[in-house]
Design a protein around this ligand. Sequence first.
Ligand SMILES: Nc1ncnc2c1ncn2[C@@H]1O[C@H](COP(=O)(O)OP(=O)(O)O)[C@@H](O)[C@H]1O
Ligand SMILES: [Mg+2]
Length: 246
Amino acid sequence: MSSAVMIAERRTTRTGSAAVPAALLTESLWKSYRMGVTDVHALRGVDLRIGRGDFVAIMGPSGCGKSTLLHTLGGLQSPTSGSVVIEGSDLAGLTDAQRTELRRRLIGFVFQRFNLFPTLTVEGNLRLAERICLGWKSAERGAKRRLELLDLLGLASKRGHKPMELSGGEQQRVALARALIHEPAILLADEPTGNLDSENTDNVLSMLERVHEELGQTIVLITHDIDVAEAAQRVVLMKDGAILDR
Ligand SMILES: Nc1ncnc2c1ncn2[C@@H]1O[C@H](COP(=O)(O)OP(=O)(O)O)[C@@H](O)[C@H]1O
Ligand SMILES: [Mg+2]
């Protein structure tokens, strides 16, 4: 076990059981945004531990800091103070380039907007993500993984379709496949059903459950909707930049 992992595990005593290694760990996490002459404190000392393989929903009202937390957990933005440890690596100890590399390797993101390339087919969108995350050298393995993911997410028959020819739920499933193309250990989803009707919401949630079951990813699902949060094994409540319950 590396010393970084041991440090990470020691920290878990305050935030939960150390029986399962932590996929994500934060300690005293603060994030403030400067707005003119005032500071908006989006995160106010968040201590959170998410075990490897957990499926956790983070729920709270609009503006409570959910997206800020998710972006900070995924290394997309740096905290004002406090620490984020991803799979044993403390982000504070990494250079920008190392952080980017770690994010590419370990994390898949899904957002409320699907952000698919409209001129590419489903398969083309996945290929592009593969090249960005994995480079050209993995093309052969990529073809097999692409098919498996499309199968898992019920998209095999839609391989040649463009995003416009798909329902919202199908588009989000493509975005989900894209987020998983490099087999990340952690999937971070920010209101992935926020743009979907109830039928498509159910459909995307059951796909998330299937992904969790079949691939064993650690999943963090952000939502303001209790019905959506129920898809997860554990619900963490947030209010005013802090965690109420875990
Ligand atoms: N880039 C930013 N600049 C300034 N304030 C921001 C920025 N992003 C978020 N905020 C503020 O931080 C708080 C938390 O926002 P956010 O994390 O987006 O909450 P949520 O995702 O729960 O709706 C809000 O008050 C929001 O206005
Ligand atoms: Mg948000």
